[in-house]
Design a protein around this ligand. Sequence first.
Ligand code: ADP
Length: 506
Amino acid sequence: MNKTVVKLGQLSGARITIIKNDGKVLADSKENPDEMENHAKRPEVVKAIAGKVGSSVRYSSTLRKNMLYVALPAEKSGGISYVVRISMFSQDVNKLLSSLTKVMIIPTMVLLLFAAIISILIARTVSTPIKRLMIASRAVSQGEFSHKVNITGCDEVGELALHFNEMTEHLSDYVLEISSQKDTLNAVVNNISEGIIALEIDGRVQLFNKAVIKLLGVEFVLGKFYWEMVREPEIVTLIEKVISTKKKIKNQIEINDKQLICTGVISDSGDHIIISVFDITDIIELSKIKKDFVTNASHELKTPLTSINGFLDLAMEGCDCETNKYLEVVKRNTQRLINIVNDLLTLAELEKKGLKFDSREININSLIQNITAFLEIKAKEKNLYLKIKLPEEDIFIKGDEFKIEQLLVNLIDNAIKYTESGGVTVTLKSKNGKAIISVADTGIGIAEKDISRIFERFYVSDKARSRKSGGTGLGLSIVKHIVMIHDGKISVKSKPDKGTEFIVVL
Ligand code: ADP
């Protein structure tokens, strides 16, 4: 074995020692193993016997030089039987290392240079265009849409730059369009006579026009809360109501001798409150002039018409049958004119602002009984029944007895007028301290399209029938006004050819 070890030592240029696990040297490439002392305590050998790779640099007393020792464990039948130790002079190792370093440095330097060149290339092709894109996007974010990125590559960055330029062009177009729309909107909003304020949902003013400043006499400031500027309690209440109910609210408000219709509504998107103010002072003035004219004309017509009527009665007494036929036509029309004049005067009185009426306790049960007593004759003439359904206990309301009577007469009279078979039922009930009067008939009914208009003055859905029965087209207007001045409510349900029911709550 020693010969083989000696040969291996010569070939490798290192000293090789084979040591038994008890430290006895079995072979050595440089010394006679029998003359060598036990190596069990050598640090590298201790490590190798423990199954690890041991190494150590120390002074060799045999060779009188610094040596590097490396010991490897050699396993046999599951345990460490031998240790193979290789040792070299430290100076040889250093020589080897320095030649290795030389071999390593040159390729490393070349690699570094190569990396630097690649970095510069990457910077040129990627970082510089990205920097340009960054500068351009900053400019665009500040509103400079004319800023373009000048990158002409076919790679991803080039494509990005192309899209960026296209995007800024589109953006610039949109901004132009929006600003032109804004100009148009401003022009419209500022040139309409209707006042407009748009508030954000928290109450900050976002838009207002010149008209609203003039109409409300308030100097609005954009971005400020409306309550910091609006002093008019009715407007503040209206806005608060719109916000709390989320519903459209419309009120007539008097400000600085102007009659204004203020409408508040939440925008479709739900994030704005739009208040519109419409000046109806002129309209009200005009309608007052019209009403005054009608009232004055009615007053003027009343006396001559009454005297014509009286003279007609006289004339008819002494006339033959043939002339009487014509006089009856004249009499019927004169009576119609008198009815119209009377109804117009009644309406004029009911429409008077702050009308004071004679308010007393009215027993509705007996009032209905009295009215139906004389209208029953009219019903019987047409072979109609006139039923009344009254509660056992009398119901009282406060109001003007004459006017409530007129209201009921108009409704029951209409029911008889517009019924050809069957009859009329008047029902009285009491609910939550209110009197509920229903006048239901089995008559011709009212077409759906007419129902919302029947309370208008002179609105008649069946002109021929109304005229024939001496109708004026003013009866339901009077009814509505009487209900209104008593703070009541009136509603109507009707089906053509089935009948109509008017319900009054007082
Ligand atoms: P008029 O004098 O013509 O009856 P009103 O103001 O009393 O005028 O009524 C307006 C219109 O409403 C009538 O012309 C008629 O077409 C309709 N109307 C009122 N009451 C009834 C009813 N009970 N049944 C059917 N139509 C009715």
